[in-house]
Design a protein around this ligand. Structure first.
Ligand SMILES: *Cc1c(COP(=O)(O)O)cnc(C)c1O
Length: 400
Protein backbone atom coordinates (compact mmCIF):
# COMPACT_ATOMS: atom_id res chain seq x y z
CA UNK A 1 0.00 0.00 0.00
CA UNK A 2 1.19 3.53 -0.78
CA UNK A 3 2.60 5.54 2.08
CA UNK A 4 2.73 9.33 2.24
CA UNK A 5 4.10 11.81 4.71
CA UNK A 6 0.72 13.47 5.06
CA UNK A 7 -2.74 13.69 3.52
CA UNK A 8 -1.68 16.96 1.88
CA UNK A 9 1.50 15.40 0.47
CA UNK A 10 -0.64 12.61 -1.00
CA UNK A 11 -2.95 15.09 -2.73
CA UNK A 12 -0.08 17.19 -4.08
CA UNK A 13 1.78 14.15 -5.35
CA UNK A 14 -1.12 12.23 -6.88
CA UNK A 15 -4.12 14.55 -7.50
CA UNK A 16 -6.36 11.53 -6.83
CA UNK A 17 -9.27 10.98 -9.20
CA UNK A 18 -11.04 8.74 -6.66
CA UNK A 19 -11.78 9.29 -2.97
CA UNK A 20 -8.90 8.17 -0.72
CA UNK A 21 -9.12 6.19 2.51
CA UNK A 22 -6.23 7.43 4.57
CA UNK A 23 -5.14 4.95 7.21
CA UNK A 24 -3.23 6.06 10.30
CA UNK A 25 -2.44 2.76 11.98
CA UNK A 26 -0.47 4.47 14.70
CA UNK A 27 -3.67 6.14 15.91
CA UNK A 28 -5.39 2.74 16.25
CA UNK A 29 -2.36 1.38 18.08
CA UNK A 30 -2.44 4.30 20.53
CA UNK A 31 -6.18 3.93 21.12
CA UNK A 32 -5.89 0.18 21.75
CA UNK A 33 -2.99 0.82 24.11
CA UNK A 34 -5.06 3.43 25.95
CA UNK A 35 -7.89 0.96 26.54
CA UNK A 36 -5.55 -1.80 27.64
CA UNK A 37 -3.78 0.52 30.05
CA UNK A 38 -6.91 2.06 31.53
CA UNK A 39 -9.74 -0.46 31.34
CA UNK A 40 -9.73 -2.76 34.38
CA UNK A 41 -10.58 -5.89 32.42
CA UNK A 42 -10.26 -7.49 29.01
CA UNK A 43 -10.51 -5.35 25.88
CA UNK A 44 -11.98 -6.90 22.73
CA UNK A 45 -11.78 -4.93 19.48
CA UNK A 46 -15.18 -4.86 17.72
CA UNK A 47 -14.02 -5.67 14.20
CA UNK A 48 -17.11 -4.40 12.38
CA UNK A 49 -16.16 -0.76 13.07
CA UNK A 50 -13.15 -1.14 10.78
CA UNK A 51 -12.03 -4.55 9.54
CA UNK A 52 -9.14 -3.24 7.45
CA UNK A 53 -6.12 -5.54 7.87
CA UNK A 54 -3.92 -2.52 8.62
CA UNK A 55 -6.16 -1.70 11.60
CA UNK A 56 -6.34 -5.33 12.78
CA UNK A 57 -2.53 -5.48 12.65
CA UNK A 58 -2.21 -2.17 14.51
CA UNK A 59 -4.37 -3.19 17.46
CA UNK A 60 -2.57 -6.54 17.54
CA UNK A 61 0.76 -4.70 17.60
CA UNK A 62 -0.51 -2.80 20.64
CA UNK A 63 -0.85 -6.15 22.40
CA UNK A 64 -4.60 -6.58 22.03
CA UNK A 65 -5.46 -10.27 21.58
CA UNK A 66 -9.24 -10.51 21.82
CA UNK A 67 -11.69 -9.69 19.04
CA UNK A 68 -15.45 -9.29 18.86
CA UNK A 69 -16.39 -10.83 15.52
CA UNK A 70 -19.87 -11.17 14.04
CA UNK A 71 -19.56 -13.22 10.86
CA UNK A 72 -17.48 -15.97 9.24
CA UNK A 73 -15.56 -13.48 7.06
CA UNK A 74 -14.59 -11.51 10.19
CA UNK A 75 -13.50 -14.73 11.90
CA UNK A 76 -11.45 -15.80 8.88
CA UNK A 77 -9.87 -12.36 8.62
CA UNK A 78 -8.75 -12.15 12.24
CA UNK A 79 -7.67 -15.80 12.39
CA UNK A 80 -5.54 -15.36 9.28
CA UNK A 81 -3.64 -12.39 10.70
CA UNK A 82 -3.58 -13.14 14.42
CA UNK A 83 -3.31 -16.92 14.93
CA UNK A 84 -3.25 -16.61 18.73
CA UNK A 85 -6.27 -14.29 18.93
CA UNK A 86 -9.22 -15.02 21.18
CA UNK A 87 -12.34 -14.82 19.02
CA UNK A 88 -15.71 -13.99 20.53
CA UNK A 89 -18.60 -14.65 18.11
CA UNK A 90 -20.84 -11.90 19.45
CA UNK A 91 -23.66 -11.86 16.92
CA UNK A 92 -26.78 -13.10 18.76
CA UNK A 93 -28.13 -14.71 15.57
CA UNK A 94 -25.79 -16.98 13.63
CA UNK A 95 -26.32 -19.47 10.84
CA UNK A 96 -25.96 -23.12 11.84
CA UNK A 97 -23.06 -23.62 9.49
CA UNK A 98 -21.27 -20.57 10.91
CA UNK A 99 -21.62 -21.96 14.45
CA UNK A 100 -20.22 -25.33 13.34
CA UNK A 101 -17.37 -23.87 11.38
CA UNK A 102 -16.44 -21.37 14.09
CA UNK A 103 -16.39 -24.06 16.77
CA UNK A 104 -14.76 -26.95 14.91
CA UNK A 105 -12.49 -25.17 12.43
CA UNK A 106 -11.54 -21.96 14.22
CA UNK A 107 -11.64 -23.05 17.85
CA UNK A 108 -14.20 -20.42 18.80
CA UNK A 109 -15.65 -21.09 22.24
CA UNK A 110 -17.33 -17.77 23.02
CA UNK A 111 -20.79 -17.30 21.52
CA UNK A 112 -23.38 -14.60 22.18
CA UNK A 113 -27.10 -15.33 22.12
CA UNK A 114 -30.35 -13.65 23.13
CA UNK A 115 -32.91 -16.43 22.74
CA UNK A 116 -33.58 -20.03 23.75
CA UNK A 117 -33.84 -20.99 20.09
CA UNK A 118 -30.31 -19.76 19.46
CA UNK A 119 -29.15 -21.70 22.53
CA UNK A 120 -30.59 -24.87 21.00
CA UNK A 121 -28.80 -24.13 17.74
CA UNK A 122 -25.45 -23.64 19.48
CA UNK A 123 -25.80 -26.82 21.55
CA UNK A 124 -26.84 -28.91 18.55
CA UNK A 125 -24.23 -27.58 16.12
CA UNK A 126 -21.36 -28.03 18.60
CA UNK A 127 -22.53 -31.59 19.35
CA UNK A 128 -23.37 -30.65 22.94
CA UNK A 129 -19.91 -29.23 23.66
CA UNK A 130 -19.06 -28.87 27.35
CA UNK A 131 -16.51 -26.09 26.93
CA UNK A 132 -18.75 -23.28 25.69
CA UNK A 133 -18.58 -19.74 26.99
CA UNK A 134 -22.07 -18.40 26.39
CA UNK A 135 -22.74 -14.69 26.62
CA UNK A 136 -26.39 -13.70 27.04
CA UNK A 137 -27.13 -10.40 25.37
CA UNK A 138 -29.48 -8.31 27.51
CA UNK A 139 -31.56 -5.44 26.12
CA UNK A 140 -30.79 -2.11 27.80
CA UNK A 141 -31.73 1.48 27.13
CA UNK A 142 -29.77 3.36 24.48
CA UNK A 143 -31.36 6.72 25.26
CA UNK A 144 -28.01 8.46 25.60
CA UNK A 145 -26.42 7.17 22.43
CA UNK A 146 -26.19 8.93 19.12
CA UNK A 147 -26.75 5.65 17.32
CA UNK A 148 -29.35 3.41 18.98
CA UNK A 149 -28.83 -0.33 19.01
CA UNK A 150 -31.54 -1.48 21.38
CA UNK A 151 -34.28 -2.31 18.91
CA UNK A 152 -32.84 -5.40 17.38
CA UNK A 153 -31.08 -7.56 19.95
CA UNK A 154 -31.26 -8.38 23.60
CA UNK A 155 -33.41 -10.49 25.89
CA UNK A 156 -35.76 -8.71 28.29
CA UNK A 157 -37.41 -9.53 31.61
CA UNK A 158 -38.65 -13.05 32.22
CA UNK A 159 -37.30 -14.24 28.88
CA UNK A 160 -33.81 -13.05 29.90
CA UNK A 161 -34.11 -14.84 33.25
CA UNK A 162 -35.01 -18.11 31.49
CA UNK A 163 -32.18 -17.66 29.03
CA UNK A 164 -29.64 -17.14 31.83
CA UNK A 165 -30.80 -20.30 33.61
CA UNK A 166 -30.85 -22.49 30.52
CA UNK A 167 -27.55 -21.17 29.22
CA UNK A 168 -25.94 -21.71 32.63
CA UNK A 169 -26.66 -25.40 32.48
CA UNK A 170 -25.21 -25.71 28.98
CA UNK A 171 -21.90 -23.92 29.37
CA UNK A 172 -18.57 -23.83 31.14
CA UNK A 173 -18.65 -20.06 31.58
CA UNK A 174 -21.68 -17.80 31.53
CA UNK A 175 -21.46 -14.17 30.49
CA UNK A 176 -23.87 -11.30 30.20
CA UNK A 177 -23.48 -8.51 27.70
CA UNK A 178 -25.28 -5.44 26.49
CA UNK A 179 -24.70 -2.51 24.18
CA UNK A 180 -25.70 0.97 25.34
CA UNK A 181 -25.73 2.18 21.72
CA UNK A 182 -22.91 3.62 19.68
CA UNK A 183 -21.36 7.02 20.47
CA UNK A 184 -22.85 6.96 23.97
CA UNK A 185 -22.61 10.44 25.48
CA UNK A 186 -23.17 9.64 29.18
CA UNK A 187 -21.06 7.46 31.48
CA UNK A 188 -24.06 6.72 33.71
CA UNK A 189 -25.74 4.89 30.81
CA UNK A 190 -23.35 2.02 31.57
CA UNK A 191 -24.22 2.12 35.26
CA UNK A 192 -27.94 1.95 34.46
CA UNK A 193 -27.35 -0.98 32.10
CA UNK A 194 -25.32 -2.81 34.74
CA UNK A 195 -28.18 -2.28 37.19
CA UNK A 196 -30.61 -3.89 34.72
CA UNK A 197 -28.22 -6.81 34.31
CA UNK A 198 -27.76 -7.19 38.08
CA UNK A 199 -31.50 -7.40 38.62
CA UNK A 200 -31.84 -10.15 36.02
CA UNK A 201 -28.92 -12.15 37.43
CA UNK A 202 -30.48 -11.93 40.88
CA UNK A 203 -33.83 -13.15 39.60
CA UNK A 204 -32.22 -15.98 37.66
CA UNK A 205 -30.10 -17.00 40.67
CA UNK A 206 -27.18 -18.01 38.51
CA UNK A 207 -23.45 -17.54 38.83
CA UNK A 208 -22.04 -15.24 36.18
CA UNK A 209 -18.40 -15.44 35.08
CA UNK A 210 -18.21 -12.55 32.60
CA UNK A 211 -19.76 -9.09 32.49
CA UNK A 212 -19.26 -7.60 29.04
CA UNK A 213 -20.20 -3.91 28.85
CA UNK A 214 -20.03 -3.90 25.05
CA UNK A 215 -19.00 -0.92 22.96
CA UNK A 216 -20.45 2.56 22.69
CA UNK A 217 -17.40 4.52 23.87
CA UNK A 218 -17.61 7.93 22.18
CA UNK A 219 -15.17 10.03 20.21
CA UNK A 220 -15.19 13.78 19.55
CA UNK A 221 -16.99 15.26 16.57
CA UNK A 222 -17.43 18.97 15.92
CA UNK A 223 -21.01 18.91 17.24
CA UNK A 224 -20.51 16.26 19.95
CA UNK A 225 -18.06 16.75 22.83
CA UNK A 226 -18.40 13.70 25.06
CA UNK A 227 -16.92 13.51 28.56
CA UNK A 228 -13.39 12.03 28.67
CA UNK A 229 -13.10 8.26 28.16
CA UNK A 230 -11.58 7.96 31.62
CA UNK A 231 -14.91 9.09 33.08
CA UNK A 232 -16.66 6.23 31.29
CA UNK A 233 -14.09 3.74 32.52
CA UNK A 234 -14.30 5.06 36.10
CA UNK A 235 -18.10 4.77 36.07
CA UNK A 236 -17.96 1.22 34.72
CA UNK A 237 -15.33 0.15 37.28
CA UNK A 238 -17.33 1.58 40.15
CA UNK A 239 -20.57 0.01 38.93
CA UNK A 240 -18.83 -3.34 38.44
CA UNK A 241 -17.36 -3.28 41.94
CA UNK A 242 -20.80 -2.64 43.36
CA UNK A 243 -22.63 -5.44 41.53
CA UNK A 244 -23.62 -7.55 44.54
CA UNK A 245 -24.62 -10.53 42.45
CA UNK A 246 -21.09 -11.27 41.29
CA UNK A 247 -18.55 -13.40 43.06
CA UNK A 248 -15.57 -13.76 40.83
CA UNK A 249 -16.50 -12.38 37.43
CA UNK A 250 -14.31 -10.98 34.69
CA UNK A 251 -15.04 -7.59 33.17
CA UNK A 252 -14.88 -7.15 29.38
CA UNK A 253 -15.49 -4.30 26.96
CA UNK A 254 -15.79 -4.26 23.16
CA UNK A 255 -14.90 -0.82 21.82
CA UNK A 256 -15.14 -0.31 18.08
CA UNK A 257 -15.52 3.37 17.24
CA UNK A 258 -13.21 4.56 20.03
CA UNK A 259 -10.38 2.34 18.80
CA UNK A 260 -10.48 3.15 15.10
CA UNK A 261 -12.22 6.51 14.46
CA UNK A 262 -9.01 8.54 14.60
CA UNK A 263 -7.18 5.97 12.51
CA UNK A 264 -9.04 6.89 9.33
CA UNK A 265 -9.34 10.05 7.26
CA UNK A 266 -11.20 10.39 4.00
CA UNK A 267 -10.15 12.61 1.11
CA UNK A 268 -12.79 13.72 -1.37
CA UNK A 269 -12.80 16.22 -4.23
CA UNK A 270 -15.23 19.05 -4.83
CA UNK A 271 -16.79 18.47 -8.25
CA UNK A 272 -19.04 21.52 -8.19
CA UNK A 273 -20.03 24.37 -5.92
CA UNK A 274 -23.53 25.87 -5.90
CA UNK A 275 -23.61 28.63 -3.33
CA UNK A 276 -23.46 26.99 0.09
CA UNK A 277 -23.63 23.46 -1.32
CA UNK A 278 -20.66 21.38 -2.40
CA UNK A 279 -21.02 18.34 -4.68
CA UNK A 280 -18.40 15.77 -3.73
CA UNK A 281 -17.12 12.49 -5.17
CA UNK A 282 -18.19 10.53 -2.07
CA UNK A 283 -21.16 10.66 0.28
CA UNK A 284 -24.00 8.80 1.98
CA UNK A 285 -23.57 5.58 -0.01
CA UNK A 286 -19.83 5.70 0.52
CA UNK A 287 -17.58 6.29 3.49
CA UNK A 288 -19.61 9.26 4.74
CA UNK A 289 -22.75 7.19 5.43
CA UNK A 290 -23.07 8.31 9.05
CA UNK A 291 -23.06 11.99 8.11
CA UNK A 292 -26.27 11.39 6.18
CA UNK A 293 -28.00 8.73 8.25
CA UNK A 294 -26.93 9.61 11.80
CA UNK A 295 -26.51 13.35 11.28
CA UNK A 296 -22.84 13.09 12.24
CA UNK A 297 -20.59 16.02 11.41
CA UNK A 298 -17.03 15.00 10.63
CA UNK A 299 -14.20 17.45 11.25
CA UNK A 300 -13.07 18.72 7.85
CA UNK A 301 -10.25 20.70 6.32
CA UNK A 302 -9.29 21.73 2.85
CA UNK A 303 -5.99 20.33 1.57
CA UNK A 304 -4.17 23.12 -0.30
CA UNK A 305 -0.49 23.69 -0.91
CA UNK A 306 -0.38 27.45 -0.71
CA UNK A 307 -0.31 28.94 2.74
CA UNK A 308 -2.10 32.03 1.43
CA UNK A 309 -4.12 34.36 3.61
CA UNK A 310 -6.30 32.37 5.95
CA UNK A 311 -9.86 32.29 4.69
CA UNK A 312 -12.91 32.80 6.79
CA UNK A 313 -14.76 29.56 7.49
CA UNK A 314 -18.40 29.26 6.61
CA UNK A 315 -21.00 26.50 6.87
CA UNK A 316 -21.69 24.22 3.92
CA UNK A 317 -24.11 21.46 3.08
CA UNK A 318 -22.59 18.57 1.14
CA UNK A 319 -23.92 16.30 -1.58
CA UNK A 320 -22.53 12.89 -2.51
CA UNK A 321 -22.08 11.65 -6.08
CA UNK A 322 -25.11 9.37 -6.50
CA UNK A 323 -28.40 10.48 -8.01
CA UNK A 324 -30.38 9.74 -4.84
CA UNK A 325 -31.49 12.75 -2.84
CA UNK A 326 -30.77 10.86 0.42
CA UNK A 327 -27.17 11.41 -0.59
CA UNK A 328 -27.10 14.69 1.35
CA UNK A 329 -24.91 15.54 4.33
CA UNK A 330 -26.62 18.38 6.16
CA UNK A 331 -23.69 19.18 8.45
CA UNK A 332 -23.10 22.07 8.59
CA UNK A 333 -19.47 21.53 7.66
CA UNK A 334 -17.16 24.49 8.30
CA UNK A 335 -14.85 25.08 5.34
CA UNK A 336 -13.09 28.08 3.78
CA UNK A 337 -15.31 30.68 2.16
CA UNK A 338 -13.42 30.48 -1.14
CA UNK A 339 -13.66 26.71 -1.58
CA UNK A 340 -14.12 25.75 -5.22
CA UNK A 341 -14.27 22.96 -7.75
CA UNK A 342 -11.10 20.86 -7.71
CA UNK A 343 -10.34 21.46 -4.02
CA UNK A 344 -9.66 18.39 -1.94
CA UNK A 345 -11.26 18.03 1.49
CA UNK A 346 -10.12 15.67 4.21
CA UNK A 347 -12.67 14.46 6.74
CA UNK A 348 -11.43 13.14 10.07
CA UNK A 349 -12.85 10.48 12.42
CA UNK A 350 -13.93 8.38 9.44
CA UNK A 351 -11.88 5.38 10.59
CA UNK A 352 -14.98 4.04 12.36
CA UNK A 353 -17.98 3.04 10.26
CA UNK A 354 -16.53 4.89 7.26
CA UNK A 355 -15.04 2.69 4.59
CA UNK A 356 -16.67 -0.27 6.33
CA UNK A 357 -20.10 0.97 5.21
CA UNK A 358 -19.33 1.99 1.63
CA UNK A 359 -21.49 0.54 -1.14
CA UNK A 360 -21.11 0.39 -4.91
CA UNK A 361 -24.43 2.09 -5.60
CA UNK A 362 -24.70 4.03 -8.86
CA UNK A 363 -21.24 2.94 -9.99
CA UNK A 364 -19.35 4.66 -7.20
CA UNK A 365 -17.45 2.98 -4.36
CA UNK A 366 -14.00 2.56 -5.88
CA UNK A 367 -11.37 3.99 -3.59
CA UNK A 368 -7.68 4.48 -3.25
CA UNK A 369 -6.13 3.36 0.02
CA UNK A 370 -2.98 4.79 1.50
CA UNK A 371 -1.16 5.01 4.79
CA UNK A 372 -0.42 8.58 5.85
CA UNK A 373 2.03 9.53 8.57
CA UNK A 374 0.69 12.86 9.82
CA UNK A 375 -1.48 13.24 12.92
CA UNK A 376 -5.25 12.69 12.76
CA UNK A 377 -7.45 15.79 12.49
CA UNK A 378 -8.71 15.25 16.02
CA UNK A 379 -7.16 13.10 18.71
CA UNK A 380 -7.71 12.29 22.34
CA UNK A 381 -4.90 9.74 22.38
CA UNK A 382 -2.06 11.76 20.86
CA UNK A 383 -1.30 14.96 19.05
CA UNK A 384 -3.67 16.24 16.39
CA UNK A 385 -3.93 18.87 13.72
CA UNK A 386 -6.65 20.47 15.90
CA UNK A 387 -8.37 22.13 12.96
CA UNK A 388 -9.81 25.50 13.74
CA UNK A 389 -13.13 24.47 12.26
CA UNK A 390 -13.77 22.05 15.10
CA UNK A 391 -13.41 24.92 17.53
CA UNK A 392 -15.39 27.26 15.30
CA UNK A 393 -18.24 24.83 15.05
CA UNK A 394 -18.33 24.23 18.78
CA UNK A 395 -18.62 27.94 19.29
CA UNK A 396 -21.33 28.14 16.64
CA UNK A 397 -23.28 25.37 18.33
CA UNK A 398 -22.84 27.02 21.73
CA UNK A 399 -21.48 23.82 23.15
CA UNK A 400 -17.91 24.86 23.96
C1 LIG B 1 -21.01 -2.67 17.05
C2 LIG B 1 -20.73 -3.42 18.28
C3 LIG B 1 -19.69 -3.01 19.13
C4 LIG B 1 -18.86 -1.77 18.89
O1 LIG B 1 -19.63 -0.63 19.15
P1 LIG B 1 -18.98 0.82 19.15
O2 LIG B 1 -20.12 1.71 19.44
O3 LIG B 1 -18.38 1.03 17.82
O4 LIG B 1 -17.94 0.85 20.23
C5 LIG B 1 -19.44 -3.77 20.25
N1 LIG B 1 -20.18 -4.87 20.54
C6 LIG B 1 -21.18 -5.29 19.73
C7 LIG B 1 -21.93 -6.52 20.10
C8 LIG B 1 -21.49 -4.58 18.59
O5 LIG B 1 -22.51 -4.98 17.82
Amino acid sequence: MDRHQSALALVLATQPELPVHCLRPDAARKAAAFFMRNFPGEVLYAVKANPHPVIIDAVYAAGLRAFDVASMPEIELVASRCPDAKLAFMHPVKSRSAIRKAYFEYGVRIFALDSLDELEKIIKETNGARDLHLVARIAVSSDHAQHKLSGKFGAVGHEAVLLLRQARSACEELGVSFHVGSQCMRPDAYRAAMQTVSDLIRQAQVTVDIVDVGGGFPVAYPHLSPPPLKDFIAEISAAFESMPVLENADLWCEPGRAICAEAGGHIVRVELRKGDALYLNDGAYGALFDAAHDGLVFPARVLRAKKGPRRRLKPYRLYGPTCDSIDTLEGPFMLPSDIHEGDYIEFGQTGAYGAALATRFNGFGDYIEAIVEDAPLVSVYGESEAPENVVALHAAAGRG
